[in-house]
Design a protein around this ligand. Structure first.
Ligand code: FAD
Length: 530
């Protein structure tokens, strides 16, 4: 069963080897888990619903509790401590387009606010109800999850927007296709959520971000239906798909999405190379990209992330032996790991692999084979479960992400990390920080920073500390010339920083666009823009 106050299936436990736990303690000191409320207690905190009766709407307290928060750090603190500040008044599970129209009409006529809900995996507060005088209805799209049409000749598939990653891939796989969109939240996140947040999958280097994969669909808005045709290309004025991408539920509900699919790859493989330092790794990645070689992923870790990854992996003897071999070849503490993968026809994979290895070799990279890359691929959706384990050990963990051009990348990494470190050191606390470049482009890179810190017993203090770090890092991002989000979206947590990159006129344009479809401001208010 899905955990109600943590990540993932409660049958899956991410056990940390003793050496890994010691490694964390060495950086942060020993810690203790704050007290959690249990599910039965938490349900009693759900207030009376304020909704008129509707046949499609449930006001059951447990269902409302399960839809009240996503996966951000403050979401976890609220759920774990039981100090939950707001709840939806009801939850509906539409089964058809007509149901969605019916619900939007009901909400429009009764003065109700709507929160479209996909998998609830948002890490920036997208699906959280904001305390309001009017009732709030969460519309959970999970039952609109069918394959509606497969046009294999045109490599297009249309799905109900509530379909999750595993279901979507399983249905496509049965016909010999893949979407190739694998965000780390793949297990629970949905097609509609990906589109509404401009999501990026781990193999976007080969398949593209969701912007490229989203071909068209149907959107139900308070003022009617918007149909987005799936032309291969069009010069017919501005592309209306762009107003749905990243709209975060503010102008309507995507009910069906047509996506661009690819044949299943004949061969897929993942490798690891270690470089003497981050600079050599960055130069190698840029060189690989500039040649136009076809890879499905490239992920470069800083020295700190490399050593953390090796320490947390366990297998001390094996990794120790590998580190000794790398040391003999001159790679010491500053070494940085590059994970990279190929996907496609076998002969092309082999060709691209050999050219890629030539380049990494020129920059001092040492190839350690396929097992490290293979392990990454195998465990990539298991990794987020470490959050549960760390919480139980008394540590909070959060991530930050941005993108900037190559000239700015090393400085950005440094600025984000020092903003986090300085914030915690000003209160005498430590934070363990590590970073990787997760999605790379010819013009620049995304930057993905993870930070671990000790939890304290007081939930408010945990949020105050997190907020101080988040604000300092967000200000560092915008003042160093990065976007406030490369993939997680804006929601509540990034909203204060959006105007820095959109400008006053830009924010006004976005706001009036939403008003055009939603004149009463009933769709997910308070997210993305005020
Ligand atoms: C462990 C973990 C790993 C993650 N890894 C990644 C990653 O690798 N890449 C990445 O991009 N993100 C990642 N995320 C963030 C998150 O998974 C994405 O933002 C994802 O796209 C959200 O999808 P969802 O279906 O869960 O949407 P939800 O969280 O339910 O909703 C997100 C937003 O989309 C809107 N929405 C949802 N469905 C619809 C619809 N049908 N119509 C209109 N609006 C809708 C909601 O109103 C809300 O504003 C991760 C999150 C977690 C917890």
């Amino acid at each position: 069963m899905r955990r109600w106050n943590g990540w993932g299936d409660d049958a899956v436990i991410y056990s940390l080897p003793a050496s890994a736990a010691l490694y964390i303690e060495r950086f942060l000191g020993k810690s203790q888990k704050p007290k959690d409320v249990n599910l039965d207690q938490a349900v009693t905190y759900v207030p009376k619903a304020r909704l008129p009766i509707h046949p499609l709407v449930s006001t059951d307290p447990l269902t409302r509790l399960l839809h009240t928060r996503g996966q951000s750090f403050p979401d976890w603190v609220e759920l774990r401590s039981g100090q939950i500040h707001s709840f939806p008044d009801g939850v509906a599970y539409p089964m058809s387009n007509d149901d969605v129209v019916n619900l939007i009409r009901f909400a429009y006529q009764s003065g109700i606010q709507i929160i479209p809900y996909g998998g609830g995996t948002s890490v920036v507060g997208h699906i959280n109800p904001i305390n309001s005088k009017v009732p709030i209805l969460t519309i959970d799209m999970s039952r609109m999850n069918r394959l509606i049409n497969l046009d294999s000749g045109s490599f297009l598939a249309t799905f109900g927007a509530g379909i999750t990653g595993p279901d979507l891939e399983a249905q496509l796989r049965a016909h010999g296709f893949t979407l190739g969109h694998f965000p780390q939240s793949f297990e629970y996140s949905t097609l509609g959520g990906w589109v509404a947040t401009r999501s990026s999958g781990q193999q976007s280097l080969r398949y593209g971000r969701i912007e490229k994969l989203f071909a068209g669909g149907r959107v139900e808005t308070p003022l009617g239906e918007l149909v987005l045709p799936d032309f291969p290309a069009s010069a017919a004025g501005p592309d209306l798909r762009e107003i749905i991408l990243g709209s975060e539920g503010r102008l309507g509900i995507l009910t069906e999405a047509c996506i661009r699919i690819s044949p299943l790859p004949e061969l897929e493989e993942f490798h690891a190379v270690f470089f003497p330092d981050f600079e050599h790794g960055v130069e190698a990645v840029k060189q690989i990209l500039s040649t136009g070689l076809s890879l499905c992923m490239l992920r470069l870790s800083t020295a700190n992330e490399t050593s953390t990854t090796l320490a947390l992996a366990g297998h001390e003897n094996l990794i120790g032996a590998m580190e000794r071999l790398l040391a003999i070849r001159g790679l010491g503490d500053g070494k940085c790991m590059l994970l990279f993968g190929f996907s496609g026809l076998s002969n092309l994979v082999r060709k691209n692999r050999s050219e890629t290895m030539n380049i990494t070799g020129k920059y001092g990279g040492i190839h350690v084979g396929k097992s490290f890359g293979g392990q990454w691929h195998k465990n990539r959706f298991r990794t987020p479960y470490i959050r549960n384990t760390l919480w139980d050990m008394g540590y909070g963990v959060d991530t930050l992400e941005t993108a900037t051009d190559w000239g700015n990348t090393p400085r950005m990494v440094e600025q984000i990390e020092s903003a986090l470190r300085d914030t915690m050191s000003s209160i005498g606390e430590r934070v363990h920080i590590f970073t990787h470049l997760s999605h790379v482009y010819l013009s620049g890179s995304s930057i993905y920073t993870t930070y671990l810190f000790k939890l304290v017993e007081d939930p408010d203090e945990n949020v105050v500390r997190w907020q101080a770090m988040k604000s300092a890092a967000s200000l560092a991002i915008i003042s160093t010339g990065g976007t406030i989000s490369h993939q997680h979206g804006v929601g509540l947590d990034h909203l204060p920083y959006l105007s820095a990159e959109k400008g006053k006129l830009g924010i006004e344009a976005i706001t009036s666009l939403f008003r055009q479809f939603d004149p009463k401001g009933m769709m997910n208010p308070g997210k993305l823009v005020y």
